[in-house]
Design a protein around this ligand. Sequence first.
Ligand code: ING
Length: 317
Amino acid sequence: MARLVRVGGAQLGPIQPEDTRAQAVDRMIALLRQAAGHGCNLVVFPELALTTFFPRRIMQDPDEANVYCETTMPTPETKPLFDEAARLGIGFYLGYAELAEEAGRKLRYNTAILVNGEGQIVGKYRKVHLPGRAEPDPTGVTKNYEQRYFTPGNLGFPVFKAFGGVMGMALCNDRRWPETYRVMALQGVEMVMLGYNTGAVRWAAEGNRIVQMPSHLEMFHNHLSMQAGAYQNSTWVIGVAKAGCEDGEELMGGSCIIAPSGEIVALARTLGDELIVADCDLDAVKWGRETYFRFDVNRRIEHYGLIASQRGVIPPE
Ligand code: ING
């Protein structure tokens, strides 16, 4: 018996610094309505979907980033999104910048929430793997200062029972780390949703020279990471981009829906607002879990030699 979830990947084109949250929400509502036309049960939006990718720029006082953050959810600007989703009976994943108060301190997290078809928040995740730098880059090539503005997530990689299965969330750089998928797979995850904002071209400083990384590798690594995560953990992976030229930076598209086999079953073609759709049978995770990746039988952690240093690399002989 198939446990089908019809998933929409709602890729967004650029959100410019001068664009308002209300404008972003209007675009997301349009994609929700498209998704309803396709009979979707669930829609995945990108990382930081309400504003421009503000961590690409240095702000002298990191707290200036608070203007891009939400202190509650839903906010007055996002309530129309929640209301329309509930009216359409569609759940969604939404990435946004969170300003939380914990132990008397104000902390910013790069956050994602999972909302069910009744408009209720059923899960929250805070980005663990923060890329980029905290301090200004004298070469000027860095376009990512997430370590300056965000605190690493303190919720782990939880999974949530929803949409008839076991759902998990991640954000952008998390997709490059195998632990992200494995920690959730060990909890029985069947679908990992993640949004991303990733430069289409990357530059690096080599001595006093600035060199461009081969741009074909950016998209290759993007899909490789998610396809490997899907295959090696026999889970669906939904990766959704904010794409296009945003505040002068070319962001990659390539939003995709990946089956537990590792195959891409839906792929965005543009760099704008674009909905991709696929019927995801959650029971398709069983084949991999009951053959190549039976964690209880085939995974041999006691033979990995990692017991001595669970956190770091195995010390050289
Ligand atoms: N962006 C990028 C990402 O992981 C990056 C940062 C790009 C890291 C390329 C390494 C290589 O997709 C975010 N927002 O994490």
